[in-house]
Design a protein around this ligand. Sequence first.
Ligand code: BGC
Length: 744
Amino acid sequence: MKSVKLIFLFCLFCIFSFQVVFGQRNSIPEKVEKLLKKMTLAEKIGQLNQYSGNWEATGPITTNVGNKLDAVKRGEVGSILNIYGVEHTTVFQQAAMQSRLKIPLLFGQDVIHGFSITFPVPLAEAASWDMKAIEKSARVAATEAAASGVHWTFAPMVDIARDPRWGRVMEGAGEDPYLGSLIATARVHGFQGMGLGNLDAVMACAKHFTGYGDVIGGREYNSVDMSLHTLWEVYLPPFKAALDAGAATFMNSFNDLNGVPATGNKYLQRDILKGKWGFKGFVVSDWGSIGEMINHGYVKDSYEAAQVAINAGNDMDMESDSYLKNLAKLVADKKVSERVIDEAVRRILTKKYELGLFSDPYRYSDADREKRILNRKEHVEAARDVAKKSIVLLKNEHQVLPLSKNLNSIAIIGPMAKVKQELKGTWSLNVGNVNDIVSVYEGIQQQVGKTKLLYAKGCDVTDTSRAGFAEAYKIASQADVVVMAMGEQFDWTGEAKSRSNIHLPAIQEDLIKAVIATGKPLVVLLMAGRPMVFNYTADHAPAILYTWWLGNQAGNAIADVLFGNYNPAGKLPITFPRSEGQIPIYYNYFNTGRPAHDDVQTNYPPSYIDLSNTPRFAFGHGLSYTTFNYTNLQINKKNMKKKETITVTFNITNTGKYAGEEVAQFYLRQMVAQPLRPVKELKGFEKVMLEPNETKTITFTINSDKLSFYNEQLEKITQAGEFSLMVGSASDDIRLQDNFTLVD
Ligand code: BGC
């Protein structure tokens, strides 16, 4: 009897809990509807309007709104960007609480790679191929940002980029849709944590929807002219992954796609995103991009711009004022239905409810919490961890690396050896103390005991003076080993930072040449937010580490790798060209009818007559201090039916003397298909840790999803036929190969 009673009580408890949890959740739509009914049209339009706060602007200010706090009080603003710090966000939220309906504001911010502790730029993190570390980076950024009053980050940028001239290549995950999709997922999970409503979660924003990474000529903001097939195969997958991971918001983009600006693109926003994909969050425009449709020549004025944007599915207007100024008249003129406006408002209010802002508009405004959470020790440790994992060992002849900690002396040379602020890269925030950033020099200093450090700057980043060469040569000659810290100017990547010339500045290659002449063992560190061209260095420097912009812990992470405390395992997430003339260059291209010969001498089309077709460093390339052997590839069947799977196994053995990680890469190619399939496509990888002489067996499973692609009607299909499967250490270093057939 007692147990029956207990079961009864337990059931009551379950019903009660279910109602508390799900009843609450289910009630959000009801609450939204109730509020919507109370709102005037003007108040609804206010929710669709986003202004930049009074300080840092991340785009051209074209609006003239006077005191923004007053606009908030009038209910004309749904969100503010570029305001962070509890002290500042609170002032704006207080203003919102003076509006008629007291609808809380959303605070948005570009939290791209860290908040107070700056993490490596996203392209660098992508080189880690380490989803846990990438998720952790976003988690830390979100925790700090949320503590500082931010509800919403305009990240991750999930634009695929095959063109390193484009400055924003640094903000994404590189060129590959598979890797890009996994990273999009990791970042969204990281930002949103256990879900909106938790105090350490910020809304993610998958951007820029879409095509932006393929601007013609790599020129910022340019047009995008892309087949829909390429759009679906290459550019959309990371967005779909972000959506599936629960991204609360999307941002559209500045570019036009095949003649239709993304901001006013109904096919992208209504048909694909909100239609086919069923996206429930809201879409924000890019900065001013609604108004910019006038410049595109797509609409004649801001009245038409607002009409096109809202009807195409753009919910919130970032900084163009087009909605605030025109939507009421557009409704009166019956050009925009109030239903369309309601739908946009509903989406935005839903997120505000989910964030818990209606229960407590100040829940992200706790100054003590902000103090407690920013710059925590574990945040610094996470930054160092992902930074060392992001470093790519491009070359290591004569095992120059790792360096011994017992050297008599090291010469540290180069314009990047002592920089600090620059190590943060662009799209970093003005939070945190510059003295907390660890320079290369300091990082090395902290890890050597009695070793004497000699320093010479040698040259500037771009200034052509050679006045410092002699000193650099002198200290290099005196040292056991030379470490040269070179690179691009830190702000040569980022928004509006496209470059036609992506060479390491000539003065720096000249300095490297001069120092190589000493014959000393030499390591070149290359810092940049994009792939650079550095042919002299690639041919002549014995060891090269690509260190990107690694953030606060750059110096420590670099020293960890230099001295072998950490054995580098990074792999390039993007192809490095030999010259700008090869761009766009990527590994997953189609074969031509006259496949290219690598031998320039044969001069046989369609190779260049003056350059090899091969890249300088291929997608997936990255060395280790140890070596790995791939053996014993086995597949459990040679014929696969659509609903079946194939299991692929192989062994990796660490054949060197250092413990280390290898990113084993798994590629597929369908040999004959219509339309064409790429010569190679990444379909899986595993990062595996091996002690010297240790062997591990890796397993990949092939299912029909991995074999599917879009046909000419843009339907996802599989086609029966032969597949080649390739396993290797890089896209150009395939170690094992076999084939199988997909049968009808
Ligand atoms: C960028 C966006 C960014 C926005 C807000 C725009 O210029 O393209 O990526 O989120 O500014 O700062």
